[in-house]
Design a protein around this ligand. Structure first.
Ligand SMILES: NC(=O)c1ccc[n+]([C@@H]2O[C@H](COP(=O)([O-])OP(=O)(O)OC[C@H]3O[C@@H](n4cnc5c(N)ncnc54)[C@H](O)[C@@H]3O)[C@@H](O)[C@H]2O)c1
Ligand SMILES: O=c1ccn([C@@H]2O[C@H](COP(=O)(O)OP(=O)(O)O[C@H]3O[C@H](CO)[C@H](O)[C@H](O)[C@H]3O)[C@@H](O)[C@H]2O)c(=O)[nH]1
Length: 330
């Protein structure tokens, strides 16, 4: 048995690859390196530089490597970018996921795990939000992911493979052993941006919108440590291999923090008081989104081990410092 990780040279995918190797799995990565880095893939994994939409590259990998499970991270991930380039997002996230799925069906892949997102809920009526809530994405990004969820459901019913859709909330932090972290060029995620501001890599930062209907006027999100997230995938893989059946589940802690609370945490942990400027709202941002994680806890026995904002921030800062050293050495 071996596992194919698409997008394994990216932030979350590279953590997954380490987790699978730690468990003794045989791992192949397909990544086109559009935002990922070849150096992020451990040498023990086999990296194939290719596009997931290119079936002529993907099918031989699935067959020759005897892949029984695909964990599909590859995609475009920035909500406001999806608003300005919707067709690019539908191509990379939806059309190419369809091509990948077809390749998997052609090659008899048994299990498929998909990176979905809290963005499929839009602004939920209730916080925390559970999986049976209505789905009203507010951005092309969220729509592009929801369409892939639907393709998976229908293709699984027709072709008999099993799948898990994991809806991630806001992923942050880094491997506590320092082996992987968020290295994307021009990253836009809040905790990454704030750690860069704390380390003087950028001249302060902006808060997008302070007039949301939340206690301090800034958006509320549920930040999940990347190591807890990849553990959820590992448990989902075991569940599918054991014949546990299809699963759609939230990945978050059920605890929300506002943008200003996150910035405060970064200032406290780093000991640096960087400049924070008010800016207009960013397109596509819902006010509040917090997970109800009851389902994944009950069905997979998932137990968060890093659900502490200070730990998330500390690991992100450590990784950002290590990137600084890497850049100095290059
Ligand atoms: N980071 C978050 O907070 C978050 C939240 C919810 C969902 N997700 C989802 O998790 C997945 C991974 O996100 P990430 O934060 O690691 O992003 P990332 O940009 O670091 O990783 C994505 C990887 O996919 C590769 N890739 C992109 N398009 C490709 C293609 N067509 N063919 C082959 N490789 C391709 C990139 O080179 C990169 O290595 C994405 O699908 C994203 O939508 C992320
Ligand atoms: O410099 C910044 C960066 C972000 N923000 C704010 O911080 C919050 C979080 O923004 P992120 O960009 O960190 O994350 P998003 O919530 O936009 O999106 C992330 O989480 C989503 C799920 O909730 C998606 O899945 C998506 O892939 C992933 O990027 C938002 O209110 C945003 O406006 C700022 O104020 N300043």
């Amino acid at each position: 048995m071996s596992v194919l990780v698409t997008g394994g040279a990216g932030y979350i995918g590279s953590h997954m690859v380490w987790r699978l190797l730690d468990a003794g799995e045989e791992v192949t990565v397909i990544d086109c390196l559009s935002t990922g880095h070849d150096w992020a893939v451990p040498p023990e994994a086999n990296l194939v530089v290719a596009d997931i939409g290119d079936q002529e590259s993907v099918q031989p990998v699935l067959k020759e490597r005897g892949v029984d499970a695909v964990i599909h991270f590859a995609g475009s991930i920035i909500v406001p970018e999806s608003v300005s380039d919707p067709l690019g997002y539908y191509l990379n996230n939806t059309v190419k996921s369809r091509a990948l799925l077809e390749a998997c069906v052609n090659c008899g892949v048994k299990h498929f795990i998909f990176s979905s997102t809290a963005a499929v809920y839009g602004t939920p009526e209730r916080a925390p939000v559970s999986e049976d809530a209505d789905l009203h994405p507010e951005s092309p990004y969220g729509n592009s992911k929801l369409m892939t969820e639907l393709m998976l459901r229908d293709a699984s019913a027709a072709h008999g493979f099993s799948y898990a859709v994991l809806r991630y909330f806001n992923v942050a932090g880094a491997d506590s052993k320092g082996r992987a972290g968020q290295s994307t060029r021009n990253a836009t995620h809040l905790i990454k941006v704030a750690t860069q501001a704390a380390l003087g890599k950028r001249d302060g930062m902006e808060v997008y919108g302070q007039d949301y209907p939340t206690p301090d006027g800034t958006c509320i999100r549920d930040y999940i440590h990347v190591s807890d997230l990849v553990e959820a995938h590992y448990l989902a893989l075991e569940h599918l291999r054991a014949g546990g059946g299809n699963l759609v589940a939230n990945c978050g802690y059920g605890q929300g923090y506002s943008v200003l609370e996150v910035i405060d945490a970064v200032k406290k942990v780093s000991g640096v008081d960087f400049a924070v400027r008010e800016a207009d709202r960013r397109p596509g941002d819902p006010a509040t989104i917090v997970a109800d994680p009851a389902k994944i806890k009950a069905q997979l026995g998932w137990t968060p081990r890093h659900d502490d904002l200070s730990e998330i921030v500390r690991d992100a800062l450590d990784w950002e410092r290590s990137l600084e050293r890497r850049n100095t050495q290059q």
